[in-house]
Design a protein around this ligand. Structure first.
Ligand SMILES: [Zn+2]
Ligand SMILES: [Zn+2]
Length: 339
């Protein structure tokens, strides 16, 4: 049996360990991917620390996967060996349940697969994926560049394009980190009046390089008041995990403004009167499914949006993961696994 290197979590809370495993064979509806790169996302803590019930260990994390199909199982239309593909958080959907029939594939009722969580992910030389989870990667995008777009990219791009925001309207991005540095670029490239909100003036230069026309320092300025000076935000993309930072921007929404929560905070207080009078909303956003990822990759090629990455080899996955957790990575961490 041919072997591969994989980095697995042996048990909830256990260390990331590099092991030899059998290379898996694709069953019906599955392809095998020779992994080239895999991003390390903060949501990998779900697998590492066992934050969802029912995760079976050992488990290989990783849901920002780019690689080449090298073997195709039975009953696989369209997809062929040699195609370069990406796999994100959504691990596939059935296409026939009621939610899928309504087009809400992300809440498929029969397939609840999550890459790197309910099935092995991309911290490995090979992995399996259902065809409904595959995004085709455009030729003009390097695999290191493409990996973070499979989660951080699709989350921000797909959220923004579904808000109904129009060119010229105000979009504020709270937090310039792994998600925020992409969100600023997408908003600017979509022609929005883009406002970056971050802690400290040190971030301003980078925010402007990424395309922000305005910068608000939420350490020394009141972000709600500053946004109102610009007419109020049509969309605020809140990428932060600090409830205070999210709370402090709410008053910056304009008429029919939407606060899109893509960072998870424990709780958030809203002012219903202000929201009713101004037709405002606070909304959660699920990142997207495979076609949304494919659109994200294509838009990124078209517009020049790129993730800023720090790259590590697979055998330094544990160190790379700790670097991601430290919050010091600028901005995404990517495992380079093989050509
Ligand atoms: Zn992720
Ligand atoms: Zn379904």
């Amino acid at each position: 049996m041919p072997k591969m290197r994989a980095v697995q979590v042996p048990r909830a809370g256990g260390p990331l360990e590099i092991v030899q495993r059998d290379i898996p064979e694709p069953g019906p509806g599955l392809v095998r991917i020779k992994v080239q790169t895999c991003g390390i996302c903060h949501s990998d803590t779900v697998t590492k620390d066992g934050l969802f019930p029912g995760i079976q260990y050992p488990r290989v994390p990783g849901h920002e996967v780019i690689g080449v199909i090298d073997s195709v199982g039975p009953n696989v239309p369209r997809w062929k060996a040699g195609q370069r593909v990406g796999v994100g958080w959504n691990g596939g959907f059935c296409g026939y349940c009621d939610n899928c029939r309504r087009g809400d594939f992300f809440v498929c009722q029969t397939s609840t697969e999550v890459t790197g969580l309910s099935r092995d992910g991309g911290y490995a030389e090979y992995m399996l994926a259902p065809i409904s989870a595959l995004a085709l990667v455009p030729d003009d995008l390097a695999s290191v560049d493409a990996a973070p777009l499979m989660c951080a990219g699709v989350t921000t791009f797909n959220c923004l394009r579904n808000t109904g925001v129009r060119p010229g309207e105000v979009v504020a991005v709270v937090g310039i980190g792994g998600l925020g540095h992409l969100a600023v670029q997408y908003a600017a490239k979509m022609g929005c009046k883009t406002v970056a909100i971050a802690r400290g003036r040190d971030e301003e230069h980078l925010a402007r390089q990424l395309g922000a026309q305005y910068f608000i320092d939420n350490k020394s300025q009141d972000p709600a008041a500053e946004l109102q000076k610009l007419g109020g935000a049509k969309v605020i993309l809140a990428t932060v995990t600090s409830a205070d930072a999210m709370q402090s921007v709410l008053g910056g929404l304009g008429v029919s403004g939407k606060l899109m929560m893509i960072g998870a905070v424990p709780s958030l207080q809203v002012n219903p009167i202000a929201m009713l009078l101004q037709n405002q909303s606070v909304t959660g956003w699920y990142s997207g499914t495979s076609i949304d990822s494919e659109d994200t990759l294509n838009f990124s090629v078209l517009s020049g949006v790129r993730s800023m990455n720090e790259v590590f080899p697979l055998d330094r996955a544990a160190e790379a993961y700790d670097h991601m957790l430290s919050g010091k990575a600028r901005f995404r961490v990517v495992l380079n696994i093989g050509a």
